[in-house]
Design a protein. Structure first.
Length: 294
């Protein structure tokens, strides 16, 4: 029997169909300090993107001289210019608000709680999406990898995980890499662990989040048991992407993952949501999941 993964703070009924999106607290994505002024912050983003002042000026329909004046504080950019430069520098939505504040303007993008009635359609749509993906695993996470929704495929993989890792809100990285979580069941733990840590490193460089860095240091410090990371599947398969090879009830299941985000989000909360789906990487996994859940 597949047990449900409850992601709410209250009690969940025993039916496997119980699933809901939880309200989440403030995202761990850091807001850039505003005491530096907008110029140094924009310069830091430009350098991070490895774009010259001239290239940025051409993209933003400005001049290299004006970009230089903005970065050195000799010119105060308009609100429109801040948003235009942020767009061409691919600055995350939360950080665009920080740039506006540093320039003396009000934030442009709201940060709506996920349980707000205005996001009812979004929540319903995400729940339908991951439920429709069954029997394959799918979940929704925020910028700090807090799981805000999951389907029965995820619940199946998490069977037997201690309750302490599931409350108050489960964290996908912690659940995966903790020695009492999924780590002992992952047949290619070293490779999958390296993939996840590299992913976090890229996001830390993008978001400059102290909370995300703390999470990284925590999960990177978990021990890697020798007997949990060796071994090969019984029948090697020429995978087209790095698979997650995980044991369940004596079988080795293989998945490749895909992450989706929202195009052109106009809200901080929405911009930081990601839907991760796990596609079976071999026919045996497909057959097993349909028999167990489908």
């Amino acid at each position: 029997m597949v047990h449900d993964l409850s992601l709410t703070s209250g009690a969940c009924a025993s039916t496997v169909d119980c699933m809901s999106i939880v309200a989440i607290g403030p995202s761990p994505s850091a807001t850039a300090p505003t005491d530096k002024g907008v110029g140094p912050l924009l310069r830091a983003w430009r350098e991070r993107r490895r774009i010259s002042q001239l290239e940025l000026a051409l993209r933003a329909d400005s001049s290299a001289r004006h970009i230089s004046f903005i970065e050195t504080g000799r010119s105060r950019p308009s609100e429109e210019m801040v948003l235009r430069l942020a767009e061409h520098l691919d600055v995350p939505v939360r950080e665009r608000n920080a740039l506006l504040l540093a320039a003396g303007y009000a934030p442009h993008y709201p940060e709506t709680p996920l349980d707000d009635p205005s996001l009812d359609a979004l929540r319903d749509g995400m729940e339908r999406l991951i439920r429709g993906y069954e029997p394959y695993p799918a979940l929704v996470v925020d910028a700090g990898y807090t799981v805000v929704a999951a389907n029965r495929g995820i619940a199946m993989l998490l069977e037997g995980v201690p309750a302490e890792l599931m409350t108050p809100a489960p964290n996908a990285m912690r659940l995966t890499l903790h020695p009492e979580g999924l780590a002992p069941r992952i047949r290619n733990l070293r490779e999958w662990r390296g993939h996840l840590l590299a992913q976090m490193e890229r996001e830390i460089a993008l978001y400059r989040s102290d909370a995300l860095r703390a999470l990284y240091e925590e999960v990177a410090g978990y021990p890697v048991p020798e007997d949990a990371c060796g071994g090969e599947p019984a029948e090697p398969v020429p995978y087209f992407a790095l698979p997650l090879q995980i044991e369940h009830d004596g079988r080795v299941l293989s998945f490749v993952s895909s992450i989706s985000t929202f195009n052109t989000p106009m809200d901080v909360t929405v911009s930081e949501l990601a839907i991760e789906t796990f596609l079976p990487a071999d026919r045996a996994t497909t057959t097993y999941l349909h028999a167990l859940i489908g």
